[in-house]
Ligand binder design. Structure first.
Ligand code: ADE
Length: 334
């Protein structure tokens, strides 16, 4: 049997570069999340009428690849202000955050991705910054320590997280509005693929778009990545219009099946079914048995397996559904 190339649903640097190239440049180009777009438009419009360069701080949460970063860039663009992006885990000391805050320009958006992974000690810095645009710094140690209170430029904080529950409630409550990004519909994913294909200068038959969309886990970043892989495949084949058969061949070469499951997803199901007799299995046991990190199971595999009805979460652990059992049995027979 031909050796299948593995792709993982874990997003890579390459995906991020691709995101940049295909990122919508205006709300008009941004497909899906209709309600959030409407709400943001109202917030932005109201601030403009007040002649306020800032809006209230926003928190976006939802699975990876659903467009939290893109929305944040669109907010800054709409407000006609700059945006400074920083990853939560890279803010290790309160001094790091203080330096970023003092270097902002009036009105800027500060986008903190994975804000749940920001060091907890930074929270003391961030609260007065969010509420009063002030920094309270402690200079020196012991009896000689002094506090310094500095004014910083007014800014809008946009936080993004995949794990809302890991944010402390005082931090959560300081955001003026919190938005949950949902998965996209198949129709929206098809529209996104069409738009990306046109930006990449690709000609595609509708059937090939439908095929890619059906395996994209209702996620734009996955859709764009699969589109790129299909494009590579068809380039090698020398075809100038991408057809359904080519899309199917490319995706099965990548080991992505009709349900959009990849090898890692199937492994989780197989482990649940064979080692735990369908479950329930606790997260830790499942992680050990499948040689995956607990975080990866929670953030990468589980959302789609839950959404597509292959597993359920119960108080006693994860359970494989009848659908999963039938699905894995059928694949064994192929
Ligand atoms: N590319 C990635 N996400 C998108 C979206 N929501 N709309 C349009 N193009 C996209």
């Amino acid at each position: 049997m031909k050796k299948k190339k593995k792709v993982s649903p874990i997003f890579t640097e390459e995906d991020k570069t691709l995101d940049l190239a295909l990122r919508p440049q205006s709300f008009k180009d941004y497909i899906g999340q209709t309600n959030i777009k409407k709400n943001i438009r109202v917030i932005v419009e109201a601030a403009k009428r007040r002649k306020d360069p800032c809006i209230e701080h926003l928190l976006f949460y939802g699975n990876s690849g659903l467009g939290k970063t893109t929305l944040s860039y669109l907010v800054a663009k709409e407000m006609k202000v700059g945006i400074r992006t920083i990853a939560g885990p890279s803010i290790k000391k309160s001094g790091d955050l203080a330096a970023i805050l003092t270097n902002l320009r009036e009105g800027d958006v500060l986008f903190i991705d994975e804000i749940h992974r920001m060091n907890r000690t930074c929270e003391e810095i961030i609260y007065p910054a969010m509420e009063e645009f002030r920094l309270n710094l402690i200079i020196g140690k012991g009896p000689m320590a002094r506090t310094m209170n500095l004014k910083i430029p007014r800014f809008t904080l946009i936080g993004a997280t995949t794990r809302l529950a890991l944010l402390s409630s005082p931090l959560r409550s300081r955001f003026g509005a919190t938005f949950r990004l949902d998965s996209y519909t198949t129709k929206e994913i098809e529209q996104i693929i069409k738009r990306s294909a046109s930006l990449l200068g690709l000609r595609m038959e509708q059937d090939s778009i439908t095929t890619i969309a059906s395996r994209s886990r209702f996620n734009p970043r996955v859709a764009n990545r699969l589109l790129k892989r299909v494009r590579d495949f068809s380039e090698v084949k020398g075809s100038n219009v991408i057809k359904k058969k080519e899309a199917e061949e490319a995706l099965s070469f990548l080991d992505i099946d009709e349900a959009g499951l990849e090898s890692g997803d199937r492994k989780i199901l197989q482990v649940l079914l064979s080692r735990f007799n369908g479950g329930p299995a606790g997260l830790q046991s499942l992680a050990i048995a499948s040689s995956e990190e607990e975080e990866t199971i929670i953030e990468i595999y589980e959302p789609y397996l839950l959404q597509s009805g292959f597993i359920q979460r119960t108080p006693r652990g994860r359970v494989a559904t009848e659908k999963a059992r039938k699905y894995i049995d059928k694949r064994r027979k192929i």
